[in-house]
Design a protein around this ligand. Structure first.
Ligand code: ADP
Length: 340
């Protein structure tokens, strides 16, 4: 709980590319809602990006700015949330090291995300100390702010469990109640499929990006895969086998129209292009104010700098106060000008 009596929330995203409609539905919409009645800290976690992209790190800074613009454009508000870049708050690295003192290697080697990525990612050498320690840095991100709630997708559940186990072990060595166990807020949105029907992901080249123009979005939507059994306009289709329908369910809030589409698809009363046009209209309407906000912020680099500087200052104030408790608990001397 923060001084304002609001529940403290932390979440982060890696600066690895432009954000897409999957990020919007699966995370950002919830983040925007949370900032109304929670004390939210949202970090652009650039150290985490380097853990897998260290060999091509030169664009990390500009990718941070892309993420910042995407966040602001969808409605994250620096007056309501603390928005910052992870590496601007050095205590993330300090707490990462402090936690790593008591992190058993077995926990990290057993982490299912680690095993899966080591097996599947062939084009990068991920057999590094830092990559193995990815969940320890994630735990540090959360615990530095003593966040009680962490909105994440299901893919992060194992990391969250590891964070909680780490808190218990850390508190066992250094003091009961020193760090709180963070709870997960699972965003109940189904996976948003990409244009090829697989999960929308920038690594599959199948994404509809938040910053993408309406024209370019339509170019992708009109060739998007549909129910593969519906080969001709006159064939009836099955919405439950169609990824375009899955996107309708997330972004088309007109229930009457959705019912018509379902009926029209199954009776071949409407064609796939008709259905896609309706979806495109909903997305374009939703995106218009988002693009307007993005253009406004993109034209004002000074404002972006101010947001990042203020965010880092606010985050660091909280981070310092946590480290002030951690140092003596671990038997270290707190720097004298940081005692109070
Ligand atoms: P990171 O920023 O750690 O690389 P991802 O790019 O995998 O993470 O996505 C961050 C979060 O966005 C995920 O945890 C998930 O909640 C959400 N997300 C990403 N892609 C999709 C998708 N296609 N459908 C729904 N949610 C998604």
């Amino acid at each position: 709980m923060s001084e304002t009596g609001r529940i403290r929330v932390f979440s982060g995203m890696r600066p690895t590319g432009l954000l897409h409609l999957g990020h919007l539905a699966g995370a950002l919409t919830n983040w925007v809602a949370l900032q109304e009645d929670h004390d939210c800290f949202y970090g652009i976690v650039d150290w985490h990006a380097l853990m897998s992209n260290y060999a091509e790190s030169e664009n990390t800074g500009s990718l941070c700015l892309d993420v910042l613009l995407d966040w602001l454009s969808v409605g994250l508000d620096p007056n309501k949330s603390c928005i910052f870049i992870q590496s601007h708050v050095p205590q993330h690295v300090e707490l990462f090291l402090a936690l790593s003192m008591v992190t058993p290697l077995g926990w990290l080697y057993r982490n299912p995300t680690y095993k899966e990525q080591i097996e599947n990612i062939q084009n990068k050498d991920l057999s590094t100390f830092a990559f193995l320690g990815y969940p320890v840095l994630m735990a540090a991100d959360i615990l530095l702010y003593r966040a009680e709630k962490v909105p994440v997708g299901e893919d992060q559940s194992a990391h969250m469990e590891l964070s909680r186990e780490l808190v218990r072990r850390f508190n066992h060595f250094f003091g009961a109640g020193l760090l709180p166990e963070p709870q997960t807020i699972l965003t109940p949105t189904p996976k948003v499929p990409g244009t090829d029907g697989r999960k929308m992901s920038k690594s599959y080249n199948n994404s509809l990006y938040i910053s993408e123009s309406a024209e370019s979005m339509w170019d992708k939507l009109k060739v998007m895969i549909t129910d593969p059994a519906r080969e001709r306009r006159t064939d009836p289709g099955e919405p439950n086998k169609c990824p375009v329908w899955d996107i309708h369910k997330v972004f088309n809030h007109d229930a009457a129209q959705r019912a018509e589409i379902e009926k029209g698809c199954r009776s071949a009363g409407i064609g796939c292009i008709d259905c896609k046009k309706m979806l495109n209209a909903h997305i374009a309407e939703m995106m218009a104010p988002i693009h307007e906000r993005r253009a406004k912020y993109a034209s004002d680099p000074g404002a972006l700098n101010d947001i990042l500087r203020d965010g880092a200052r606010r985050a660091e104030a909280v981070a310092r106060s946590t480290m002030r408790d951690i140092y003596p608990a671990m038997g270290l001397i707190v720097r004298s000008d940081r005692v109070a």
